[in-house]
Structure formats: structure tokens, C-alpha cells
Design a protein around this ligand. Structure first.
Ligand code: GDP
Length: 427
């Protein structure tokens, strides 16, 4: 009765989508458990290349139920756009289920996201501006509106009116902006509900039945552990918990059901938005990795910050998630490097430390201590087995495994599904 969780071990964009797509073939239920359309996966499979934001990556398998879980912040318009785009390419979304508990992103949430970022000035977080943070802020403030409300027009109308009254006070008095109109929001959202209503359901009985019948459930992570609200580089974090524990909670599955937690790590790392990253490369090597790896934001086109693999940060991830096994993705991006490096410690105030300081002011002062290794200078793209990898690439992966403290069960050597080596270390 396996329950698998696939979680990003770094700052996101680790290539979780590919690993999830690979494992989704065996899953009866795939659950997106947290975050909103501020996260996204790129999936390349025999049906083509797809950018998914809210729809779980199990959607390509018609037998798989794809659940948008209680912990998700759901923008109905974005979801409908994604469903239409999938339908236009012949991918059915009939197996989609939206938890009635998922909180709705309303039009005022992106507005407040932008206003809040503006007011932070140079300390802006670098959010995607999709309104996800303000949606969760309303959830925590107990004034959120959930997907289930869309099934009850009167209830929905009353809740939107109340919320808009409160938002207008803030808009006018704090930000000096014109008020928004509740009726327009209600009309638009009830229009969305006429299409989405049949997908909205109580998700608990679905998961309970799947667990009772011993079905495989895959929990699909968004973002990465170092962006976790509790355990990441606060305040440069996302507004949910994106660890294994956060996924279980966001889906609504008790921890004792978890059988396998897989952490996804790039062979190097990248970060979007602000906040410290000790191994950041602001030199030609960084530019080179960025270009070979096409490390540019999918929606914004912004260059991502790139750096060497940081085993100190990775161990922190390992600790808070308890991964059974890791996936090392994008090994191929380093194929032509003369030398590769892994950060095994930090130096701060003349002392060596091997943990991730909790305060970003301290993390920003940490200097990486690297172990350098010769590169392999040959293509790994055709490797199908551990033994096909050059010995330099093998030692590099071994250094990462030792640094993280977990075996690499999967190694990614290209974008496509089949460009994945299963080492046998996957439980
Ligand atoms: P996610 O949010 O963690 O799923 O990350 P993205 O969707 O941003 O994935 C990063 C990109 O890396 C996508 O375009 C993937 O197709 C691609 N990718 C994943 N694994 C590999 C790999 O092993 N090698 C290469 N070259 N690309 C990969």
C-alpha cells in the first residue's frame, strides 16, 4: 500500500515534474497537496512537452485519479485554462478531482500580492505575483473562501461580499486604490463554477478508499524545501509547507501511511527571487551552466541564479524531510565541465560549520567550502545504467549521496522520461 512523496530538496525547479511523471504511471491517485499556480512542472513524455501548474502530473495516465488537495491555493481561471490547453492536445481531464477544502485565489489576491511586493521596495521577496501568499494569509486569518463554496451560490455570494468589504477598506485607506466590485467577482466565479462544479468533491473518502484498497498514492510536491515556510530561508520563502510533512498534511493523509519519500536534487542548484544562496556563481561558470541548462524562468524569462551543489543545505533538507532516497537530476548539464564542485561546509567568522544557519543574515555571510573533482567531459545522455556513467560522474554522484546522507535511486541524464537511470536504490 505505498504512499510516495516526491519533494524538491533545493530551491525549486529541481525537475520534480519528470520524476513524478515517471512514477505516476504506477499510481492510482496523484495528489497535488500544496502551493498554487506559482509552482509548475515541465513534463516531457511520449505525448509531448507540457507545462503544468495546477493539474497533477498523473493526468497523462487515464486510470490515475488526479486530486487537487485541501492544501492547494486554487485559481479557477488558471485551472480552466490549463484544462483547455490539455484538452486541445487530446489529454482528458475527466479524472481530475478538486478538494472542496482547497482555498480559492480571488481577483483581489494578485492585487494585494503586487501591492505588498511594491511596499517592500528593495526587500521584495520576488513572488510570482499570482496571489498565492495573500490567499494563504486569508486562510490563516480565517477569512478564506473554499472551492466547496462555489457549489452554493448564495453562500459564495455572501462570503465574497464580506471579504470584498474588508479588502476595500485596506485598498482605499492603506494603498489609496479604488475599491473593487463584489458582484463582478461573483458573476465571473459562478461562471467558472458552472464548468468546474462537477470536479469539486469531498476528497477524504477518495483517499480513504484508496488507502483501504492498498492503492498507490503519489504526493506531488511543488517548490523546494529551502522555500518551505517553516524550514526554508525565511522570509525568502513560499507561503506553504513544501516538505514531506507538509505534503501529507496538505493531502490529508496521516504520516503512518507514508512508505517512501524521495527528494529531488539537481546536480547543481538554482534559485529564483531574492534571498541568500552561498554557492551562487556570479561568474562565467555560472553563465555557462545557466545557458547549457536553460535556467531561465518559464513564465517570466528571468535568468535563474545558479550555483554548485550545496550539500550543507541538502543535508538540512534531508533532516526535515527524512528522504529514503534521492533523485539527482540534470547530471547531463555538467557534461562538458573541466571541474565540478560540491560544497561540503560553510565558513563563517573564521569557523567551519556544517549546518544551515536559521537567519538569512548569517547565511548570507557563509562562504562555501568546496570539494573539487575532475569533470567527465563526455555525454551522459545515453547512459541507461549506473555502469554506463563515466567514473568521474559516478564519484560526483557518490559525493552528493554522502553529503546528503541518502542513496541516489534515480539519476536524470536528459529531459525525456527514458533518460533516467534507476540505480536499484529506490525502496
Ligand atoms: P520542477 O518544478 O521541479 O518540476 O522543475 P521544472 O519543471 O522547472 O524542471 C526543470 C526542467 O528540467 C524541465 O524542463 C525538465 O524537463 C528538465 N529536466 C528534468 N530532469 C532533467 C534531466 O535529468 N536532464 C535535463 N537536461 N533536463 C531535465
Amino acid at each position: 500500500m505505498p504512499v510516495l512523496a516526491v519533494v524538491g530538496g533545493q530551491w525549486g525547479d529541481e525537475g520534480k515534474g519528470k520524476i513524478i511523471d515517471l512514477l505516476a504511471g504506477r499510481a492510482h491517485v496523484v495528489v497535488r497537496a500544496q502551493g498554487g499556480d506559482n509552482a509548475g512542472h515541465t513534463v516531457v513524455n511520449p505525448r509531448g512537452k507540457f507545462a503544468l501548474h495546477l493539474v497533477p502530473a498523473g493526468i497523462f495516465n487515464e486510470q490515475t485519479r488526479c486530486l487537487i488537495g485541501p492544501g492547494v491555493a486554487l485559481n479557477p481561471e488558471v485551472l480552466l485554462g490549463e484544462m483547455d490547453a490539455l484538452a486541445a492536445r487530446g489529454v482528458s481531464t475527466d479524472n481530475l478531482v478538486i478538494s472542496a477544502r482547497a482555498h480559492l485565489v480571488l481577483p483581489y489576491h494578485p492585487m494585494f500580492d503586487h501591492l505588498d511586493e511594491e511596499s517592500r521596495g528593495s526587500a521584495a521577496i520576488g513572488t510570482t505575483g499570482r496571489g498565492i501568499g495573500p490567499t494563504y494569509a486569508d486562510k490563516v486569518g480565517r477569512v478564506g473562501i473554499v472551492a466547496g463554496d462555489l457549489l452554493h451560490p448564495d453562500r459564495f455570494r455572501a462570503k465574497v461580499k464580506l471579504a470584498v468589504d474588508r479588502k476595500n477598506v485596506q485598498l482605499e485607506r492603506v494603498y489609496g486604490k479604488p475599491p473593487i466590485n463584489a458582484d463582478e467577482i461573483v458573476t465571473t466565479y459562478l461562471g467558472h463554477a458552472s464548468r468546474l462544479g462537477r470536479y469539486i468533491a469531498e476528497s477524504e473518502p477518495i483517499l480513504e478508499q484508496a488507502l483501504r484498497e492498498g492503492r498507490t498514492i503519489l504526493l506531488e510536491g511543488g517548490h523546494g524545501t529551502l522555500l518551505d515556510l517553516d524550514h526554508g530561508t525565511y522570509p525568502y520563502v513560499t507561503s506553504t509547507s513544501c516538505t514531506v510533512g507538509g505534503l501529507l498534511n496538505g493531502a490529508g493523509i496521516g504520516p503512518r501511511h507514508l512508505t517512501t519519500a524521495i527528494g529531488v536534487f539537481k546536480a547543481y542548484q538554482s534559485r529564483v527571487g531574492g534571498g541568500p544562496m552561498p554557492t551562487e556563481l556570479v561568474d562565467e561558470t555560472g553563465d555557462h551552466i545557466r545557458d547549457v541548462g536553460h535556467e531561465y524562468g518559464t513564465t517570466t524569462g528571468r535568468p535563474r541564479r545558479v550555483g554548485w551543489f550545496d550539500a550543507v543545505a541538502a543535508r538540512h533538507s534531508m533532516m526535515v524531510n527524512g528522504f529514503h532516497s534521492i533523485a539527482v537530476t540534470r547530471l547531463d548539464i555538467l557534461d562538458d565541465m573541466d571541474e565540478v564542485q560540491v560544497c561540503l561546509g560553510y565558513e563563517i567568522d573564521g569557523q567551519r560549520i556544517d549546518y544551515l544557519p536559521s537567519q538569512i543574515e548569517d547565511l548570507a555571510r557563509c562562504r562555501p567550502i568546496y570539494e573539487g573533482m575532475p569533470g567527465w567531459r563526455t555525454s551522459t545522455g545515453d547512459a541507461q545504467d549506473w555502469r554506463d556513467l563515466p567514473k568521474e560522474a559516478q564519484s560526483f554522484v557518490r559525493t552528493i549521496e554522502e553529503g546528503v546522507g541518502a542513496p541516489a535511486g534515480l539519476i536524470g541524464v536528459g529531459q525525456e522520461r527514458e533518460k533516467t537511470i534507476f540505480t536499484g536504490a529506490l525502496p
